[in-house]
Design a protein around this ligand. Structure first.
Ligand SMILES: [Zn+2]
Ligand SMILES: [Zn+2]
Length: 182
C-alpha cells in the first residue's frame, strides 16, 4: 500500500520562544504522520491589531500565509499574540479549509497566562494539540462531539487539557478517507 505523505509548512508569525516550532514539527510527524517543514518567519504587522481589544484579528493573518504556501499543501502559522475572531473573546486558533491555511496562538497555552508556574512539557503538549486540531480542519474534519477527541471545540483551556492529542476512531477513519481521495 502506498499513500502520499502530506507536507505541512510551519511558519512563525512574529517572535516565538525558541524550540517551540521544532517540538511541533516533531510532534506533528509523530501524531499525524505528516512531513512538517519550517518556513521563513513572517513579521507581524499592525494591520491585524486592535488597539481597543489588545488582540489581533485571526482572519487577517491567513491571506499572508498563502504567499508561503506550496501548492495545496497545508500551511500552519504559530504566533505569540493573542487572537480573536468576531463574536468571540479569544480563539486558540483559526483554520480556513478552503485555502488550507490556519493559525494558532500560543499566548493562552502558557500556565503563566493564568498566573500559574511554568510547565514547559504541558505547554508544548497544548501547542501540539491546538496544531493537530487546526490541521484536522485543514484536512477536512469538522468539530467532534466527543470531549476526548482532538476535534472537540476548545472554548477554554480545560477543554484542550481534557482532549487528544489524537483523533477518535470516527474522525480518524474520516481522515483516512480524505487522505485516500487526495
Ligand atoms: Zn475547531
Ligand atoms: Zn472525533
Amino acid at each position: 500500500m502506498s499513500f502520499t505523505v502530506i507536507r505541512v509548512r510551519l511558519i512563525a508569525c512574529g517572535p516565538t520562544p525558541s524550540g517551540v516550532l521544532e517540538a511541533l514539527q516533531e510532534g506533528l510527524s509523530r501524531e499525524l504522520g505528516v512531513d512538517a517543514v519550517l518556513g521563513e518567519e513572517l513579521p507581524l504587522t499592525d494591520k491585524a491589531y486592535s488597539r481597543h481589544r489588545r488582540q489581533c484579528l485571526a482572519e487577517a493573518f491567513l491571506p499572508r500565509l498563502r504567499e508561503s504556501q506550496e501548492g495545496r499543501n497545508p500551511v500552519l502559522a504559530v504566533t505569540d499574540v493573542d487572537l480573536y475572531t468576531p463574536g468571540l473573546n479569544f480563539v486558540f486558533g483559526l483554520a480556513d479549509p478552503r485555502s488550507r491555511s490556519a493559525i494558532i496562538s500560543i499566548t493562552r497555552l502558557r500556565p503563566e497566562f493564568y498566573c500559574q508556574s511554568p510547565e514547559p512539557e504541558l505547554f508544548r503538549l497544548r501547542v501540539l494539540k491546538e496544531a493537530v486540531h487546526e490541521l484536522g480542519h485543514l484536512l477536512g474534519l469538522g468539530h467532534c462531539r466527543r470531549p476526548s477527541c482532538i476535534m472537540f471545540f476548545s472554548s477554554q483551556l480545560a477543554d484542550t487539557d481534557r482532549k487528544g492529542p489524537g483523533f477518535c476512531t470516527e474522525c480518524r477513519s474520516r481522515l483516512g478517507n480524505i487522505g485516500g481521495a487526495g
